[in-house]
Design a protein around this ligand. Structure first.
Ligand SMILES: Cc1ncc(COP(=O)(O)O)c(C=O)c1O
Length: 309
């Protein structure tokens, strides 16, 4: 087991809601004909819950709604109420610090690819909605101090894909890249896009410090519009760290003094090595450290304000 998927402490079972009611996590829950299962025809969001409060829930729901519009998938009415119910059930069971995943699929469908026109997923019809509140993975503290290593994945992200930038259920490419990384003794894999520019990691966005400037690939390089990525760009602005979105090449990582990855659950993690080559001096650098601290303060502040409402 790698440092990235260490078993969470306590009961591993999620608090699970399917189509508006709590279910036994041992299942079964879904139809074997659900298009999420047969075709990955759906979307998801993974959020982090801090002391019972979801960080930037509104942004996650906006990204989900954007994806749903692009895929012509009607989100269930009452999604937010179901989310609130699931979250309070989880908090009541001592799961106030957690990861929360919403999965929406186009529901049960006949064989074939064509989206149903009058059935599941069509306007007004029921899609499948799963809300799962999981215990947080137990990341080794050394991840945040010593950082992680990555390889470049052998496959590419396609910035021209119809679903580029959407958080669809299709993650098999990312799983294959992660397996490749693990086989090479690395923690993570970075994807290039079809033009050979750096895109992102398997499930996190990439930042690098070049000549003192904090840079991240633009969304046009097939990077997901990460909620944490956006928060880090805001923090850089606020803290006077020179920053921007910039097309980056693999060689830029060799020239970078620092790099880090961002995602909701893992937050801000130093990236210190690509293959056998250290990034900078192979240690967590000062910009990364200040972004980690600033992000922690942002999360604390926003969640405390929401909890006090
Ligand atoms: C492909 C991909 N990129 C980036 C991210 C980071 O996004 P966020 O900061 O919204 O969690 C994720 C999150 O799961 C992801 O799956």
């Amino acid at each position: 087991m790698s440092r990235l998927d260490a078993a969470p402490p306590g009961p591993a079972e999620p608090v699970l809601w399917v189509d508006g009611r709590e279910v036994d996590p041992r299942g079964p829950h879904l139809s074997a004909l659900d298009r999420g299962f047969t075709l990955a025809d759906g979307l998801f969001e993974t959020m982090r819950v801090y002391d019972g409060v979801v960080f930037r829930l509104d942004r996650h729901l906006a990204r989900l709604a954007h994806g749903a519009r692009r895929l012509d998938l009607t989100l269930p009415t009452g999604l937010e109420a179901q989310l609130a119910a699931a979250l309070s059930a989880a908090v009541a069971r001592g799961r106030a610090d957690a990861s929360l995943r919403i999965t929406v699929s186009r529901g049960v469908g006949a064989p074939g690819l064509a989206p149903p026109t009058g059935g599941a997923g069509a306007a007004g019809a029921a899609v499948t909605l799963v809300i799962a509140v999981h215990p947080l993975p137990r990341f080794a503290p050394s991840l945040y101090s010593s950082g992680l290593s990555a390889i470049l994945a052998s496959g590419r992200r396609n910035e021209r894909a119809m679903t580029a930038g959407l958080k669809t259920l299709a993650y098999v490419d990312a799983i294959a890249a992660l397996a490749e990384a693990q086989a090479a003794g690395a923690d993570e894999a970075l994807f290039l896009d079809t033009e050979g520019h750096l895109s992102e990691a398997t499930a996190s966005n990439l930042f690098a410090v070049l000549d003192g400037v904090l840079l991240t690939p633009p969304l046009s390089c097939a990077a997901l519009p990460g909620i944490t990525r956006a928060a880090v760009l805001e923090l850089a602005e606020e803290h006077g760290i020179e920053h921007g979105e910039h097309v980056l090449n693999p060689g830029d990582l060799h020239a970078a003094s620092e790099a880090f990855l961002t995602s909701s659950v893992r937050e801000v993690v130093p990236l210190v090595r690509i293959g056998a080559r250290p990034i900078g001096d192979g240690d967590r650098g000062p910009v990364t450290r200040s972004v980690i601290d600033a992000y922690a303060a942002l999360v604390r502040g926003e969640c405390a304000r929401l909890a006090a409402r």
